[in-house]
Design a protein around this ligand. Structure first.
Ligand code: HEM
Length: 411
């Protein structure tokens, strides 16, 4: 092998290959190198933490075509799959959920949940979401100022909603929130991450077992009674599903609320329109924030199972692929002035929820929460403002889901 030979996923000439993920310059924009690659080398090798060098795909059209291609696998167990970190690689041994499987296995599990996450079903949760939003805003109004918006509003809202849906006691929120954070933190070491995973699994195993013994009218209760007890699903697999739903169900939306509010406050005229609450405007503002912020910013990970030709490049079977949704959502070929916030943007077919068969199962729920929460927050506190200079805000660069660590606000 010559020094520059590229072997199955390992690039010996690594020095020329940019490291991924890249560092952000401006906290509101994806790293500038992504935009440069999208223009100059839209399908290019990048170097990961383990020395492997999967392909990074940065153009909108290419990202969508990779994610829709049946010759591309999401199976995390396949050789060549680009692991996000050593901790995530280690955790896979204990927890394999359908986000990391291919059809037909993937759809077998996903179908068990679909009826709970339809637009119609989640729409029936509107009164519950409105009630939680109002109660949290009441508590903020009564409490001291400044207050951390993440702790007071952005994190509890989706946590309470997903708890209610799944049948997880919200009283345990300190436990599951801190453990979820450990699972999403790229700076946490393997041991700590494994411990968080094991403890969450143990907790959820107890919950599923209790729901096998005593039926409850919630997602985990239905899984326990209709799938586990019938032998269709092992308790262990039910726990993996519960873990995915619990973590994805609160961390993502929470960060959209925190970072999204900060973004709106930096655009007061557009914030005022969201405050006015016209449903059409609110809905398109939510889509625009989803696109612009792309909080699930660590790239959709895949591996080719056949040779595929894309954008003039051949990706060989067994080579890893990272479809960078955060770059695709800023592609000027797909969005006019892509770096601008434009809450009236038309035809906003962003990929913030992914694309293809793994497209986010919880998107109707996330949309419902965001569409209710932003205008309600801005209406309750028309003078809402960030209480610290922007330089003091800590952003979640080390986390799989991007956002703000805390957001001190006053009004
Ligand atoms: C604004 C909030 C959210 C964002 C930005 C988001 C983003 C995403 C993305 C990008 C994917 C695709 C992953 C891939 O292709 O590899 C995904 C999948 C998924 N999301 Fe979300 N998500 C959000 C909220 C939620 C909520 C509230 C739930 C509720 C439980 C949820 C559950 C899931 C599940 C189960 C999958 C896996 C789907 C599959 O593999 O078939 N997400 N999400």
């Amino acid at each position: 092998m010559t020094p520059n030979t590229i072997t199955a996923g390992h690039d010996a000439g690594a020095s020329a290959t940019p490291a991924y993920p890249m560092k952000r310059g401006c906290p509101f924009d994806p790293p500038a190198e992504l935009a440069q690659l999208r223009t100059e080398k839209p399908i290019s090798r990048v170097r990961l933490w383990d020395g492997s060098s999967p392909w990074l795909v940065t153009r909108y059209e290419d990202v969508r075509s990779v994610l829709a291609d049946p010759r591309v696998s999401a199976d995390t167990d396949r050789p060549g799959y680009p692991a996000t970190s050593a901790a995530i690689l280690a955790r896979r041994k204990n927890t394999r959920s359908f986000i990391g499987m291919d059809d037909p296995e993937h759809s077998t599990y996903r179908k068990m949940l679909i009826s709970d996450f339809t637009v119609r079903r989640t729409g029936s949760l509107r009164p519950l979401v409105e009630k939680i939003v109002n109660e949290l805003l009441d508590a903020m109004e009564r409490g001291p100022r400044p207050v951390d918006l993440v702790e007071a509003f952005a994190l509890p809202l989706p946590s309470m909603v997903i708890c209610q849906m799944l049948g997880v006691p919200y009283a345990d929120h300190d436990f599951f929130q801190s453990h979820s954070r450990a699972l999403l933190d790229l700076s946490v070491d393997v041991q700590e991450s494994m411990r968080a995973n094991d403890e969450l699994r143990e907790y959820l195993t107890g919950l599923v077992a209790a729901k096998e013994a005593e039926p409850t009218d919630d997602v985990l209760g239905r899984l326990a009674q209709q799938r586990v007890l019938t032998g269709e699903l092992s308790r262990d697999d039910a726990v993996s599903m519960a873990l995915l739903l619990l973590v994805a169900g609160h961390e993502t939306t929470a960060n959209m609320l925190g970072l999204g509010t900060l973004t709106l406050l930096r655009h007061p005229e557009q914030a005022a329109e969201v405050r006015d609450g016209d449903p059409g405007v609110v809905n398109s503002a939510v889509e625009e924030l989803l696109r612009l912020l792309t909080v699930v910013h660590s790239g959709r990970r895949r591996v080719a199972i056949e040779d595929i030709e894309i954008g003039g490049v051949t990706i060989h079977a067994g080579e890893g692929i990272i479809a960078a949704g955060e770059a695709a959502n800023r592609d000027p070929a797909a969005f006019v002035l892509p770096d601008d916030l434009d809450i009236h943007r038309a035809d906003n077919h962003h990929v913030a929820f992914g694309f293809g068969v793994h497209q986010c199962l919880g998107q109707p729920l996330a949309r419902l929460e965001l569409q209710i929460a932003y205008p309600a927050l801005l209406r309750r506190f028309p003078g809402l403002r960030v209480d610290v200079p922007i330089e003091e805000i800590r952003f979640r660069d080390q986390m799989i889901v991007y956002g703000v660590q805390a957001l001190p606000v006053s009004w």
